[in-house]
Ligand binder design. Structure first.
Ligand SMILES: C[S@@+](CC[C@H](N)C(=O)[O-])C[C@H]1O[C@@H](n2cnc3c(N)ncnc32)[C@H](O)[C@@H]1O
Length: 389
């Protein structure tokens, strides 16, 4: 019987990391020999810690698992000084459960589910506190983006992926108004995805594929989508270039990647402009303290160019209290205040005096938004670029 070759294995000497990805389903130990040899050779080259990366391993049958664990056990016996770290992912939830007993049995083996704690703002974004923020934001940005998206290349009939989709409302709007042939929406927050599926069901929308995943390590084949969107998310990940690399990879040659990001310190309002400006300068610093760059918007061109894209198009637009019902704008600011001056400021250890002044700027912007002669604004940068053919 032939070996199931739907897996890939490689060794990176610099990281001392052996990566197995794909589906590993041999029928006999014999079929495991090439992989076992590669693993043995790689182990022989390593001192200190050896990383066995199974983050993107979608399937592993018992024949393969036994062969790997036997090999690891033997190495632990003969080289007790060597540490072996198995790097799993919650996206492949079974892998952590499968490898953990090995770590319990062998003192020099550890299992690290890498995406449990993989970017500094994760707890704020994934645990549901952001849901009211996202709901209000998309409502306000859609009136601008529905016109911008076709200008950036989105056409009916295209295959679309919305990566870091949050509560999925953008995917619903794209599906309803811009008629893609297929849309996949991926996020790493189970809470947001549950919410997204519920909202889609309430609207009777069944053709959006919501997927749990890590945007920096997607289990999606190369060159799949005509149009890939990633909104307000490069700015909250501490290594945006990793996500961009993946957006590039899953985009078809000739397809486009569309990103939106903010520059929070440029949020504004009148009257009470000074207080508002102070608060938003502090918002940018607060996010920076959690390694998030909410000033990324104007850097979009550079990020896209560095990631290898061409034909870069950058637009900016200002969401304002004049766009629709000013109360919608006010609700968004209130949702920001609740999280930024609540949980986030508390976690950073800010003083009550700071928090009071910080909150005041949000309240002043709400005042500006609702004032009959007031103006309040939130600037966004929407950029897209083509993957070379
Ligand atoms: C600011 S929200 C934006 C959500 C949505 N795009 C929107 O505009 O409403 C950022 C989203 O990115 C998700 N996220 C952050 N890092 C991620 C990663 N590595 N993989 C997948 N999703 C991620 C968070 O769970 C969150 O839903």
């Amino acid at each position: 019987m032939s070996i199931d070759r739907s897996y890939q294995a490689s060794f990176n000497e610099n990281n001392q990391e052996f990566v197995i990805a794909g589906k590993l389903r041999p029928q006999s130990e014999d079929e495991m020999r090439p992989l076992a040899e590669a693993l043995t050779n790689s182990l022989a080259q390593v001192r200190g810690t050896f990383y066995l990366n199974v983050k993107r391993l979608a399937r592993l049958n018992n024949v393969a698992f036994r062969a790997i664990t036997n090999l690891v056990s033997q190495v632990c016996d003969t080289r007790p000084e060597l540490k072996i770290e198995v790097v799993t992912s919650s996206v492949m939830g079974w892998s952590t459960r499968k490898f953990l007993p090995l770590a319990e049995r062998l003192p020099n083996v550890t299992v690290n589910e890498y995406d449990n704690d993989f970017y500094p703002g994760q707890s704020f974004l994934e645990e549901g506190g952001f849901i009211p923020i996202l709901r209000n934001q998309t409502k306000l940005t859609w009136r601008h983006e529905r016109h911008l998206l076709p200008r950036h290349g989105l056409k009916p009939g295209m295959t679309v992926a919305d990566i870091c989709c949050g509560i999925g409302d953008f995917a619903v709007l794209v599906q309803k108004e811009l008629k893609p042939s297929h849309i996949l929406a991926l996020d790493h927050s189970r809470t947001s995805l549950d919410y997204a599926r519920k909202v889609a069901a309430e609207f009777g929308i069944t053709d959006i594929e919501y997927v749990y995943g890590d945007a920096s390590e997607m289990v999606i084949e190369d060159n799949q989508f005509d149009f890939v969107t990633c909104r307000h998310s490069l700015q909250i990940f501490d290594r945006p270039e990793l996500i961009l690399k993946e957006l590039y990879r899953i985009c078809k040659p000739g397809g486009r990647v569309y990103i939106t990001n903010e520059k929070n310190s440029h949020c504004l309002g009148e009257p009470r402009g000074e207080s508002i400006q102070w608060t938003y300068t502090e918002v940018a610093k607060l996010f920076a303290d959690f390694k998030m760059d909410v000033e990324l918007g104007p850097k979009s061109r550079r990020y896209l160019a560095d990631a290898g894209f061409e034909d870069i198009l950058v637009d900016s637009f200002m969401v304002t209290n004049g766009d629709g019902d000013p109360q919608d704008f006010a609700n968004m600011i209130q949702a920001w205040e609740n999280v930024f001056a609540g949980e986030m400021a508390r976690d950073r250890g800010d003083s009550p005096e700071f928090i009071a002044r910080f909150r005041q700027g949000f309240q002043d912007q709400i005042y500006a938004a609702l004032h009959p002669k007031g103006y309040a604004g939130w600037p966004i940068w929407a950029a897209s670029a083509r993957k070379p053919t």
